[in-house]
Design a protein around this ligand. Structure first.
Ligand code: IMP
Ligand code: MG
Length: 178
């Protein structure tokens, strides 16, 4: 069966670049003299992490964590698991969690709780995009790139069925009928 998908540009690479620069400026102000640990949530954050981290002018360490994913679906299962934990100790560190997008908020909320238990010196959440209308739990985004509408998005790290992560712009994915 032929599978038709349509990608409609939503946030251009230029707009993403401006937002990432603005986030980096804020982090550069807030973390002067510190050496935080950036923890990217795989896989979606990899492009954002690469761009953001290169604009930071304080010493950083980079880690990644793998949480249970959506698989092929477009909705969260509501069950979140830390699949691949951290090799770098979190205790006493300044931690910045790097997320691609906050949707229901369940993934980030669960991960922030997981990290809080490990007693970091400070813990902040930095997300590129926020789909606030879909929230199912309360979650504070300390550093936000931009809000996005309730559409399924791909590109700049975001995937559908592991595809489209490499698109330089963020696009809304429209499947036949949706
Ligand atoms: P949440 O737990 O519902 O907040 O979902 C968080 C994760 O689901 C994000 O880190 C993304 O990896 C993925 N996700 C949420 N919305 C989208 C989307 O529109 N496109 C691609 N992935 C998404
Ligand atoms: Mg993600």
């Amino acid at each position: 069966m032929k599978h038709e998908v349509k990608c409609v540009p939503l946030v251009s690479r230029r707009k993403i670049e401006v937002a990432v620069k603005r986030l980096a400026d804020r982090l550069n102000r807030d973390y002067q003299g510190k050496h935080p640990l950036l923890i990217g949530v795989l896989k979606g954050s990899f492009v954002f992490m690469a761009d953001l981290s290169r604009l930071l002018d304080f010493p950083v360490e980079i880690e990644f964590a793998r949480l249970s994913s959506y698989g092929r679906g477009k909705e969260t299962s509501g069950k979140v698991k830390v699949v691949q934990g951290l090799r770098t100790p979190v205790k006493g560190r300044d931690i910045i969690v790097i997320e691609d997008i906050i949707d229901s908020g369940l993934t980030a909320a669960h991960f922030m709780e997981y990290l809080k238990k490990r007693q970091p010196a400070s813990l902040k959440l930095c997300a590129l995009a926020d789909k606030a209308s879909r929230r199912r739990t309360e979650i504070a985004i300390d550093y936000l790139g931009f809000p996005v509408p309730d559409k399924f998005l791909v590109g700049y790290g975001l995937d559908w069925d592991e595809k489209f992560r490499n698109l330089p712009d963020i696009c809304a994915l429209e499947e036949d009928g949706r």
